[in-house]
Design a protein around this ligand. Structure first.
Ligand code: AMP
Length: 176
């Protein structure tokens, strides 16, 4: 959904997971470090992730962007605020994709495992990632809600249905 949205709005799709996976595939020092955490379904340490996003947002094509999978911790929120402040950018909105049935999410990822080739798409690691979300990332919802930029979008439906809902929200955003 994030990649499709970036295409539609003409921004860079910045997925921290994709950048980590590219580094793992190339065997870079960053990839070697990140893989230890990714395979276990743990978050890569904030200092590593934040530095990577800082570099990515400094690139020329990142004038407009869709962040995918970042920030995921309260520390990353504070760091992102600093990065955006320094480059004179801001978040127009934050999309929360709502799926009330956790089992549906787990089953979707188990299905994805058939084609994703991701080492972390095993049922055990998938379930652990749900717990990490609860412990580390759920706390970001009230933070962005208090800022008035959080938008809930129903995440149950076909890919096209969910994409249309996201686009409806994005079209209402103040992108000044
Ligand atoms: P994703 O592709 O977004 O599901 O991310 C895959 C894995 O990459 C996660 O389980 C983490 O190990 C790591 N990762 C991606 N984004 C972050 C982030 N913002 N903070 C820490 N680790 C991350």
């Amino acid at each position: 959904q994030a990649g499709d949205l970036a295409d539609r709005v003409g921004g860079a799709h910045i997925s921290t997971g994709d950048i980590f996976r590219a580094n793992v595939a190339e065997g870079t020092p960053l990839g070697v470090e990140a893989k230890k955490y990714m395979d276990a379904g743990q978050y890569v340490p904030d200092a590593v992730t934040n530095a990577m996003v800082r570099d990515r947002l400094a690139q020329d094509d990142a004038k407009a962007f869709v962040l995918d999978g970042y920030p995921r911790t309260a520390d990353q929120v504070g760091e992102l605020d600093g990065i955006l402040g320094a480059i004179g950018a801001k978040l127009d909105g934050v999309i929360e994709l709502m799926v009330s049935d956790r089992e549906e999410l787990v089953q979707r990822m188990i299905k994805r495992a058939e084609t994703s080739g991701r080492a972390d798409d095993t049922e055990e690691v998938i379930r652990h990632r749900q717990d990490v979300y609860d412990n580390e990332t759920a706390a970001l919802i009230p933070i962005y809600s208090a800022r008035g930029i959080l938008h809930e979008v129903d995440g149950v439906g076909t890919i096209d249905e969910v994409a249309a809902r996201i686009l409806d929200v994005v079209n209402t955003l103040d992108q000044a």
